[in-house]
Design a protein around this ligand. Structure first.
Ligand code: MN
Length: 248
């Protein structure tokens, strides 16, 4: 048995090596990886309950004030989780991972779409920020430079997507199906994992541009909020999601 498994794994490795360089070959190589026990779900992906904030309400000051954080987490986000739970119970009681729900989101109600999106997006958002920010790993910086030009280009494109989103929504950095970085935005509480989203991909980083995220401190100055938010980004979390998305 052990020898047979070794031969089988070696054969897969050989196929991957032979296929290297062609897009078709890379896809067949990754599908052979998928057939093993690789996890389909990001280990730190939001579950079905609201988790404690990983820092206190005032920890992100001065970029984001404590009152905004408290209202945002304990009222807005908590309400999405509560309403998601109701809608899941009514419509999709078998769902254990939101990724599976999002993949067929178009089959469900607006209530479930808005609240499951709201829950997932906020649970992720709290973890994309950390007091003082965390530096970008060099390997991620290299990928960004290869695909987008520079970190400044990424920032400019993300800011343009975030300020250009009319009304409420989110701006995103995603890894698309061709394993390329893409930047865009979604309306309301949609996200790029949803089958009905125009922007599709695995979310590496997202920013909330609803007025409730910034209005108390920044009023209508969304761009000022976004500039302050940039300093809070936890690039280690972004990199962990990138590594995971590359393995899918
Ligand atoms: Mn929000």
């Amino acid at each position: 048995m052990q020898r047979r498994k070794f031969v089988s794994d070696s054969a897969k490795a050989t196929i991957c090596i032979l296929a290297a360089g062609s897009l078709l070959g890379q896809q067949s190589c990754s599908s052979s990886k998928q057939s093993s026990s690789r996890n389909r779900y990001y280990p730190q992906s939001p579950g079905l309950t609201q988790q404690p904030l990983p820092y206190n309400y005032k920890a992100l000051e001065p970029a984001i004030d404590a009152t905004t954080m408290e209202i945002h987490y304990s009222r807005h986000a908590a309400t999405y989780t509560k309403n998601m739970t109701e809608a899941l119970t009514a419509e999709a009681p078998g769902i254990t991972h939101l990724e599976d729900l999002f993949a067929s989101m178009s089959k469900y109600s607006a209530k479930l779409r808005n609240n499951a999106g709201g829950h997932y997006n906020h649970e992720s958002f709290w973890r994309w920020m950390t007091p003082g920010g965390k530096a970008m790993p060099a390997s991620l910086q290299t990928v960004i430079e290869q695909q987008l030009g520079s970190v400044s280009d990424l920032r400019n494109q993300l800011m343009a997507a975030a300020t250009g989103r009319f009304g409420s929504g989110w701006a995103w950095l995603v890894l698309d199906g061709q394993k390329k970085l893409q930047i865009g935005s979604t309306p309301n509480q949609d996200n790029p994992l949803m089958d009905l989203s125009e922007l599709k991909g695995y979310p590496l980083l997202g920013v909330d541009v609803w007025e409730h995220a910034y209005y108390l401190k920044y009023q209508n100055k969304r761009a000022d909020y976004l500039n302050a938010w940039w300093s809070l980004i936890n690039w280690e979390e972004v990199n962990a999601r990138y590594q995971f998305a590359m393995s899918l």
